[in-house]
Design a protein around this ligand. Structure first.
Ligand code: GYE
Length: 307
């Protein structure tokens, strides 16, 4: 009867959505802020969140996604540790008719129907922004400008793209040279350890430290200071994320420029989850709004920073 249909309709509307979220880990201040944002936004949206932490291992994320499939969650979202190797598990989700939303990091798959949308930053553009800052900063310097690069997690989208974005800008200017490049896995300890080795091998030859995130930049600053180098003065430190820790280092004169990357993706993600459950069509790519903060504005901007 019509009445039963109306009752059924309102029941369907009120049914709580269950979201399975497979997080990368807890490697950085960025990640911690991202986790808080996702959990808070789920609460605010009345979404039942199942949350797992992969400790930066793809195999753990794959296990978590499989368990969400087995539990028949309504939507799966995850921030992929690395770009490659996702076809099998995403095909399983597709066969189970569970929509998948990517947040933060992108993946490399041939079949775009394996996910609904990707919400997050344009890491390639972030790398270009850093490169443009370097070009501007050194425009009257004949060089050579020797860059030591602290890469993020090997195979991750932000590490790949922050490297490529920089290269795009500096490749036609031979005065810029990447003299050393190694992964510090996006952690403070990793950045410190790699920088200790760089300082020993290259010492005063290094003009720029290009750190793929603030945590590694902060670790590198410690290593440089222990090696008697002056970060922010005789070595220009370029970093990403623009966390409070990054801002404090800029105010202390130790990070020269911080390229913003927002972890506050929770609200956008929950909107996308609701839309997908409601059968709405979503854009394939939802890009986060971001900017660049040079050291000179840090003290003024810090009070408004949310992560
Ligand atoms: O820059 C870094 C974190 O994927 C954008 O991961 C994220 C990166 C972020 O560990 O701090």
């Amino acid at each position: 009867s019509a009445l039963a249909l109306v009752a059924l309709g309102s029941y369907a509307q009120e049914k709580q959505i269950t979201l399975g979220f497979a997080q990368v880990g807890a490697e950085s201040a960025w990640r911690t802020a991202n986790t808080v944002s996702v959990k808070q936004a789920a609460k605010d949206a009345g979404i039942n969140l199942k949350f797992s932490d992969a400790q930066q291992k793809q195999e753990n994320q794959i296990k978590a996604i499989r368990s969400y499939i087995a539990q028949k969650v309504d939507v799966i979202a995850f921030s992929p540790v690395v770009e490659s190797g996702w076809e099998p598990v995403l095909t399983e989700a597709k066969n189970a008719h569970i929509p998948v939303i990517l947040t933060d990091r992108s993946i490399d798959v041939k079949d775009p129907s394996l996910y609904v949308t990707m919400i997050g930053s344009d890491f390639l553009e972030e790398g270009r922004r850093a490169g443009r800052w370097l070009e501007e900063h050194y425009k009257n310097d004949p060089g050579p400008i020797n860059i030591a690069e602290l890469q993020g997690t090997v195979g991750s989208a932000p590490a790949n793209d922050r490297h490529s974005g920089l290269m795009e800008i500096i490749k036609n200017d031979p005065k810029f040279k990447i003299i050393a490049s190694q992964s510090g896995d996006f952690t403070l300890a990793g950045g410190k350890q790699v920088m200790e080795a760089f300082a020993k091998t290259y010492g005063k030859q290094i003009n720029v430290v290009y750190a793929h995130n603030d945590d590694m930049a902060l670790g590198a600053i410690q290593a440089m200071e222990e090696a008697g180098m002056k970060p922010g003065k005789d070595v220009n430190v370029v970093s990403f994320d623009a966390t409070k820790g990054g801002f404090e280092a800029m105010i202390a004169g130790k990070i020269n420029v911080d390229v913003e990357c927002s972890p506050l993706l929770g609200p956008q993600l929950m909107t996308a989850v609701k839309d997908v459950v409601a059968g709405k069509q979503l854009p394939k790519r939802i890009v986060t709004n971001e900017t660049v903060f040079p050291m000179s504005v840090a003290a003024q901007v810090l009070p408004q920073r949310k992560y």
